[in-house]
Design a protein around this ligand. Structure first.
Ligand SMILES: [Zn+2]
Length: 285
C-alpha cells in the first residue's frame, strides 16, 4: 500500500503512487479493503488474500487490486530502473523469445520502443485509466462501465509484462539488491489474483510459465505438508505411548520439486535453498 512518492536507486523521483482518493467514500472503502487484504497477506495466506470477501462487490474488489498492483509493480520497477536504460534494454523483451511492441489509441501501428520507454508509456496509460472517473468511479452515484472487466484485464496483461521483463532481464539486479523474496511474493500474489478472476490467458503468461508452474506446485506442496502436520498433531497428543513422527519436510512432493530444479543454474545449492528461491532459479538459465 504505497502512498508516498517512489524513488529509484539513485534517489530520483520515478512517479507518484496512484491516489487512493480516500476523500471519497468509495476511495475510503477501497483503501480499507486493501488494508484487509494486506493484513491477510501478513498472516501468510496469499490465496485467501486475493479471494473476494463475502458480501463485497467484485468490481470494487478488482478496482482496489488494480490500484494496489499498479503501485506495487511501479515500486518494484523503480528499484531496478537505473539499470534499465535505452542502452541496456533497447527493446521491451522477456528473454529471447518474447518482445512487446507498444500500441494505444494514439499509435497507428505497434511501435518498437526501448524497455524504459515502454514501461513509462504503460504506467502512464494505466494512470490515465485510474484517474478516469468514467472507468474507475469514486463517486457513489457512478457505476462501473460495462467494459470494466476488459479494462482490468488489459491493465493486468500489461503489468505482467513488467514482471516478465524484470525476471528475464534484471533478475541479477534484484539479487544484488537482495530483493528476490520481495519480487517473488509480489509476483505470486499477482498470479494468484489473476488466476482467481481468470484475467490472464496462457499466451499472456507464456514468458514466465515455468516459474508460475513451479511456484504453484510449491504452494500445493506447502499446503499438503501443512495439512499433514495439522492432521498428525492431535494423533500425537492422543497416543503418548506411540508418538507419530513429525512429517518429514522432504517428503515425496519435495523430492519431485527438487528433481525438477536439476536443470536450473544452481542445482547444487538447490536442496539448501528455501522453496521460493528454488522456484526463481529456473529463470536464470
Ligand atoms: Zn530493462
Amino acid at each position: 500500500m504505497q502512498q508516498a512518492t517512489m524513488t529509484g536507486g539513485d534517489g530520483k523521483t520515478y512517479r507518484p503512487a496512484a491516489d487512493w482518493r480516500t476523500q471519497t467514500s468509495r476511495g475510503k472503502k477501497r483503501f480499507t479493503m486493501c488494508k484487509y487484504a494486506h493484513a491477510t497477506l501478513g498472516a501468510g495466506n496469499v490465496a485467501r488474500a486475493v479471494k473476494l470477501p463475502d458480501n463485497e462487490d467484485e468490481d470494487e474488489w478488482l478496482a482496489m487490486h488494480v490500484v494496489d498492483f499498479y503501485n506495487e509493480t511501479s515500486l518494484l520497477y523503480s528499484t531496478i530502473m537505473e539499470k534499465c536504460t535505452d542502452d541496456s534494454c533497447p527493446k521491451m523483451n522477456a528473454g529471447s523469445k518474447f518482445e512487446y511492441l507498444w500500441a494505444d489509441s494514439k499509435t497507428k501501428r505497434p511501435q518498437k520502443v526501448s524497455a524504459p520507454k515502454y514501461v513509462d508509456l504503460l504506467m502512464t496509460w494505466i494512470e490515465e485509466q485510474l484517474n478516469d472517473e468514467e472507468v474507475f468511479p469514486t463517486r457513489i452515484d457512478c457505476k462501473f462501465p460495462s467494459n470494466f472487466r476488459q479494462v482490468v484485464t488489459k491493465i493486468m496483461q500489461r503489468l505482467f509484462r513488467v514482471y516478465a521483463h524484470i525476471y528475464h532481464e534484471h533478475f541479477k539486479d534484484i539479487l544484488r539488491l537482495n530483493a528476490p523474496a520481495h519480487l517473488n511474493s509480489a509476483f505470486k500474489r499477482f498470479v494468484l489474483f489473476c488466476k482467481e478472476f481468470k484475467l490472464l490467458q496462457p499466451r499472456d503468461t507464456a514468458p514466465l510459465q515455468d516459474l508460475i508452474d513451479k511456484k504453484l506446485l510449491l504452494s500445493k506442496m506447502q499446503e499438503a505438508e501443512k495439512a499433514v502436520k495439522e492432521k498428525a498433531t492431535p494423533q500425537y497428543m492422543l497416543s503418548a505411548k506411540m508418538p507419530i513422527a513429525a512429517p518429514s519436510p522432504r517428503g515425496p512432493a519435495s523430492a519431485a520439486v527438487e528433481s525438477n530444479t536439476t536443470t536450473t543454474a544452481a542445482p547444487a545449492r538447490a536442496p539448501k535453498k528455501k522453496p521460493e528461491e528454488k522456484g526463481s532459479m529456473c529463470l536464470m538459465m
